[in-house]
Each structure stands twice: as structure tokens, then as C-alpha cells.
Design a protein around this ligand. Structure first.
Ligand SMILES: Cc1cc2nc3c(=O)[nH]c(=O)nc-3n(C[C@H](O)[C@H](O)[C@H](O)COP(=O)(O)OP(=O)(O)OC[C@H]3O[C@@H](n4cnc5c(N)ncnc54)[C@H](O)[C@@H]3O)c2cc1C
Length: 511
């Protein structure tokens, strides 16, 4: 069979699959070369505990940034489920345990919880006012994500509100300190700026991370993928297969040549030629293959813990676990916790308290469990621990993971009546159904440079006024485009760079 294609894509993450669908629909021949034995990259569901029929979203878990337009353009049957609870945060005081439940629309218990935790009505009002202003950014920016990059001035003029300066120009910490008084409330807001970003609140990289967390589809709602992340991949694989896309698995690309406008892309045993080359792998990994300088990229700084439970733990504050775990469950994510943890980690120490958040997929969607587990009431939990950069794992990955896991569970247990260990399912050898992934594991398994979940540092979703018009996917080399999280407006499960890379190829083709 000929190994000559119109487009070769290196890496088989969801963005590669989305690009391949758009390109193949336009009549181009496409091959995807993936180093692993399956497709999906960071967007997969796997049977993490082989003895149990539970398909967990092993890496990414919630969806917000995937534009509805991509789903409808491609006719995907993929669905996401809204969560009625946005978040829950337990807090222990000397004499009592309380919780802050934040529901969509800020109804029901939210008002009284804000009052009990903050001793005032003003924090809830500040919360409402802040997020109403942030909505102005989402309204303007979200509709531009599948077009060429707008300029900074264009967007600023369209937003035409002080929130532009607060989120785009000034450090996030400054606005949070000005708008909120309470340490816990400030911390809950800041979380969106620090997930996957090793920074404190004074660096603009936190603003960019925050922005991407709040603008998805114009609402910033984070939804549960029905069937887990693997359901998205399965839909895309089926579609691209039906369109004739060739998948080459176990195919780690190690060499790229470009001569007379033709790319030759090689794995260990085969060569593929193409006029266009799309890089779904991280820009730093592409640079390693091409022998060029990798872009400056922060270390990945999170741990991901996957768990299978026989039941949800009860909470000291008395909130029903089915409510508390229905949204994002934050613990030790006070503003001061983030500041301290960042300082400690930057000094080379495992944070004394690791800011963390969790989410329970099965409260929204049981379809990831086998019938037997559903009947027995099993649940899944995923934990994302922040400010644990790759450098902390270098000396001994296994030992650091063990210390961090123990610390996280001890912290969590401070808020629980039932210790989490007593709720975890067990394997037949007696071990608990829990796994932890470090940034170094993510590099090894799915090629995220030092575990950076966004492939490289995120960029603002616009170009400077004097920059050339672009899709945000172009590289120094003509006809070589980024089609992964490392593109401008990449990062997250969005398909946006996949769509935009396909658009750049079709534009270059004059289509
Ligand atoms: C633990 C974790 C949790 C996350 N949580 C969320 C979340 O809840 N919501 C969200 O929106 N985002 C989340 N993210 C981020 C999101 O998953 C990624 O940004 C996104 O999936 C990237 O998709 P991609 O298609 O661009 O690339 P990837 O999914 O990274 O795929 C790149 C592919 O390239 C392959 N590859 C690498 N090198 C080579 C090579 N030399 N040759 C061939 N193939 C190669 C890799 O094996 C991989 O399959 C999370 C990420 C992680 C790691």
C-alpha cells in the first residue's frame, strides 16, 4: 500500500481525530501516526482496575471548551451532561465543620452557606457581580474560537468593560484581592487559574488559564461526558474510519524531513510522505524530533488520582455526599493554601498541604460502570492535586507519588466521617483500587512535556495588533501546522486546534 497522503498527522489525540474528520470530509487523504497502541491521547477511558468493569476517564474528565459547532458539523452523537451543583467546599472551624455548596443559578442552600462560611452577605454579591462581568468576556471571545485570531484591540473594544483590564492585563491576584474578602472564596475562584499551571496569582499565565476555564461555549460550564472521555474518542474514530482515514498505531515518529515541499515522516520501520504535516504532539516534542529549540514551557504541576469506591464517604459537615460530590469538590484550596503550596513547591518541597479537587463521574452518569457494579452502588472519584511540579518527582517518582498520595488522603479525611480508605474497592490481592499519575508518568505515557497538560504554556486567544493574520496553528515551516493543545487557543478537550489546523490546510489548498 502507498504511504503517500495529502496530510500526515503525528499523534492520535482527539484534536488529530477532529482535524482528520474535517480534512477527509473535504476529500483529502489523511494518515494518523500514533506512538501508543490506541488513539485518544489524554482523552481516553480505560479499565484502570482490570478486575472491575469500570471505564474511567483516566486523564481528562470534564468538557467545557468543545464548541457545539464541532459536534454538529461532524454529526457526533457525543453528549455532555450538565451538573446542577457547580462546587462544594468543606471547611473545618475550631468548633464546627461547614460546607459551601455552590449550585447553578446560586439557588437553594448556596445563600445560607455563603453567609455561614463568610459571616456576611457581601461575598455572595461579590461572586455574582464578578462572574456576571466575566460572562462579558465569554460572550465576546467564545464565538471567535473557530475563526482566524482576532486582534487584541478588536476584542478589547468589543468587551468595552473594566473586566478586560482585570482579567487580560492585570495579575489575577490583584482583582481577586480587590473583589473578595474571604480566603476560601478567593481560593475557589483562583483554582481555575492554577489547574495545570505552576504559578502563583501574580503571574499572567494564571490569568490565561483562568480565562480558558470560563469561556467554553460562551458559558464556561464544565459538563460530564456521557460514557466518559472514551465516548468522544470512539465517536471520532468511527467517523474518521468511515471517511477513510488511515490509523498507524505503535508508530512513534522519530524523524521528519522536508525537501522540495514534501514531508517525509518516519517511525522505526516505515516512511510516510505528504504535502501537509500536522503536529498533534506537543511543540516541545516536535522540536526534539526536528532538532530545533523547544518553546519555553512550564513544568506540569498536578497529580491525578483515580479511584473506584464501594460507596461515597459521609462528610463531617453533614452535607449529603450525593450533593457534595455532584459538582467539583474542593479541599485545601484557600487563597493562602495556594500561595503557601506554590512557595514550598518552587523551593523544591512537597507542599505541606496540597490544594486539591475531586469529581464523581458516576453521580451524573452510570454508563461507565458494568451492571453488577451499578447494582452494588459503586462510584468513581477522580482527584486533581495542584502545585506538585515535575521536579518533585525527579529523584524518585514512585516514592514522591507515595508521599503525595498519603498526604492527600490524610487531608481529605480531615473533612470526612468515613475515612476514604474504608470506601475504596479492593482488588483480589487486598490492594485498594486507587492509582496516582505524576507529571513524569504523563510525559512517559502520552508525551506531555514534563507533564504539562496543555502541551505548552497557554496563550491569550488573540493576536497582537501588528501580527500577521493567522489561525494560531502556523509554524516557521510552510505547510507544517500545530493541531494539538500547543496551538494558540489549544489546551483542554476542545477540538479547536484540530478544527483550526484543518481550516489552515484547506485555506492553503485554496478550498
Ligand atoms: C490528568 C489530566 C487531566 C485533564 N483534565 C482535563 C479536563 O477535565 N478537561 C479538559 O478540557 N482538559 C483536561 N486536560 C487537558 C486535555 O486532556 C488536553 O489538553 C487535551 O486532551 C490535548 O489533546 P490533543 O489531541 O491536543 O493531544 P494529546 O491528547 O496530548 O495527544 C497527543 C498524542 O500524540 C502522541 N504522540 C506523542 N509523541 C508522539 C510521537 N513522537 N509519535 C507519534 N505519536 C506521538 C501521544 O501518544 C498522544 O496520543 C487534562 C489533561 C490531563 C493530562
Amino acid at each position: 500500500m502507498s504511504n503517500n497522503f495529502d496530510v500526515v498527522i503525528i499523534g492520535g489525540g482527539h484534536n488529530a481525530l477532529i482535524a482528520s474528520c474535517y480534512l477527509a470530509k473535504a476529500g483529502l487523504s489523511v494518515a494518523i501516526l500514533e506512538k501508543n497502541d490506541s488513539l485518544g491521547g489524554a482523552t481516553v477511558s480505560q479499565k484502570v482496575f482490570p478486575e472491575y468493569e469500570a471505564r474511567l476517564s483516566r486523564y481528562s474528565y470534564l468538557v467545557s471548551l468543545l464548541p457545539d459547532k464541532i459536534v454538529s458539523d461532524l454529526g457526533l452523537k457525543f453528549e455532555t451532561i450538565e451538573r446542577s451543583v457547580s462546587s462544594f467546599t468543606p471547611e473545618n472551624f475550631e468548633d464546627k465543620s461547614l460546607g459551601l455548596l455552590i449550585t447553578r443559578g446560586l439557588v437553594g442552600q448556596t445563600k445560607s452557606d455563603f453567609k455561614a462560611i463568610t459571616n456576611s452577605d457581601s461575598e455572595l454579591q461579590a461572586w455574582e457581580a464578578f462572574y456576571a462581568d466575566v460572562q462579558r468576556l465569554a460572550d465576546v471571545i467564545a464565538p471567535t474560537m473557530l475563526s482566524k485570531l482576532p486582534t487584541r484591540s478588536e476584542l478589547k473594544a468589543r468587551v468595552n468593560h473594566k473586566i478586560w483590564d482585570e482579567i487580560i492585563e492585570e495579575p489575577l491576584g490583584k482583582v481577586l484581592e480587590a473583589r473578595f474578602d474571604n480566603d476560601l472564596v478567593r481560593g475557589i475562584v483562583l483554582t481555575d487559574g492554577l489547574i495545570g499551571t505552576f504559578s502563583d496569582a501574580t503571574d499572567l499565565v494564571a490569568n490565561i488559564c483562568f480565562l480558558y476555564h470560563l469561556i467554553g461555549n460562551g458559558t464556561g460550564d464544565w459538563k460530564v461526558p456521557r460514557g466518559g472521555m472514551g465516548a468522544l474518542v470512539a465517536e471520532l474514530v468511527e467517523l474518521s474510519q468511515s471517511l477513510g482515514v488511515k490509523f498507524v498505531l505503535n508508530s512513534e515518529v522519530t524523524n521528519i524531513e522536508n525537501s522540495s515541499g514534501i514531508f517525509t515522516t518516519k517511525n522505526k520501520s516505515e516512511s510516510f510522505t505528504s504535502k501537509y504535516l500536522l503536529a498533534n504532539l506537543a511543540p516541545g516534542k516536535l522540536a526534539n524530533i526536528m532538532g530545533t529549540k523547544p518553546p519555553k514551557t512550564l513544568d506540569g504541576s498536578q497529580v491525578k488520582v483515580n479511584m473506584l469506591l464501594t460507596k461515597l464517604p459521609r462528610l463531617k459537615c453533614g452535607t449529603d455526599p450525593k450533593l457534595a460530590f455532584a459538582g467539583t469538590f474542593h479541599f485545601d484550596e484557600r487563597y493562602s493554601d495556594f500561595t503557601r503550596a506554590f512557595k514550598e513547591a518552587a523551593a523544591g518541597k512537597i507542599p505541606s498541604r496540597i490544594p486539591a479537587e475531586m469529581y464523581c463521574h458516576t453521580l451524573s452518569d452510570l454508563s461507565i460502570l458494568g451492571e453488577d457494579l451499578i447494582e452494588k452502588g459503586y462510584q468513581t472519584l477522580t482527584l486533581f492535586g495542584i502545585h506538585t511540579p515535575a521536579s518533585l518527582f525527579e529523584a524518585d517518582n514512585k516514592a514522591s507519588k507515595a508521599i503525595i498520595l498519603e498526604r492527600l488522603l490524610a487531608q481529605l479525611n480531615e473533612y470526612l466521617l468515613d475515612p476514604i480508605e474504608s470506601c475504596l474497592a479492593k482488588n483480589s490481592d487486598g490492594s485498594l483500587c486507587i492509582e496516582i499519575k505524576s507529571p513524569l508518568d504523563l510525559d512517559e505515557e502520552i508525551g506531555l512535556p514534563r507533564g504539562n497538560i496543555f502541551h505548552k504554556d497557554l496563550s491569550m486567544p488573540f493576536r497582537e495588533d501588528n501580527d500577521m493574520p493567522s489561525w494560531g496553528v502556523e509554524t516557521q515551516i510552510p505547510n507544517l501546522f500545530l493541531c494539538g493543545a500547543g496551538a494558540i487557543r489549544g489546551g483542554g478537550v476542545s477540538g479547536i486546534p484540530g478544527h483550526n489546523a484543518a481550516a489552515a490546510v484547506l485555506e492553503a489548498q485554496g478550498k
